[in-house]
Design a protein around this ligand. Structure first.
Ligand SMILES: CC(C)(COP(=O)(O)OP(=O)(O)OC[C@H]1O[C@@H](n2cnc3c(N)ncnc32)[C@H](O)[C@@H]1OP(=O)(O)O)[C@@H](O)C(=O)NCCC(=O)NCCS
Length: 152
């Protein structure tokens, strides 16, 4: 399988990213509509990485440079349904982990009902370090996950 190419997203990619977000869980369950997602994707504070399979957009990742305790924070990651299970999500995570070469730590949050995504993060070395009960919606937690980045 060919690895996806990953680059900074352009302004013209943000509507596609917001559409992917707002039509998929966890954002559906968390009540994030298209407009809310678009504002987030356009947020000047974020680095937005876009993965492509050939010409086709396949997924994206929102990265805040200093979002948790001064370390990078992955605020969102999504892969289009047709491209899942082929390593695109893992490639986006790897790119985010390399994006700030001086960073020693990286964080993300995952919803308690998103068990498959949590499993992916654990396989990639992320460890749950906290839980925020009823954080976005009642009855669901956000798990805070941390990975220590190995640098040469
Ligand atoms: C989570 C997600 C980004 C993973 O991307 P991906 O390209 O499918 O990931 P990879 O191919 O690198 O790895 C596959 C692994 O991802 C996990 N995964 C999570 N949700 C998945 C889904 N809907 N379909 C396939 N794999 C999924 C599984 O652990 C899977 O491993 P498995 O095949 O052994 O079960 C993608 O499934 C997605 O966009 N899901 C919807 C949005 C979401 O949940 N984002 C995370 C918010 S914290």
């Amino acid at each position: 399988m060919t690895a996806p190419t990953i680059d900074l997203a352009l302004d013209t990619d943000f509507e596609w990213c917001a559409q992917l977000m707002s039509t998929n869980d966890p954002w559906l369950t968390l009540g994030r509509d298209f407009e809310t997602c678009l504002v987030r994707c356009r947020g000047p504070e974020f680095v937005v990485l876009l993965a492509r399979n050939g010409e086709q957009r396949a997924g994206f990742l929102l990265l805040h440079p200093t979002g948790v305790a001064g370390s990078p924070y992955i605020a969102a990651i999504a892969v289009s349904a047709a491209a899942r299970g082929q390593g695109v999500g893992s490639a986006l995570l790897a790119a985010a982990e390399r994006w700030f070469p001086a960073a020693r730590h990286i964080f993300l949050c995952v919803s308690s009902f998103n068990t498959r995504a949590k499993k992916l993060y654990e396989l990639r070395g992320y460890v749950q370090v906290g839980e925020l009960p009823d954080y976005v919606i009642a009855g669901a937690s956000e798990f805070i996950m941390h990975k220590r980045l190995e640098r040469p």
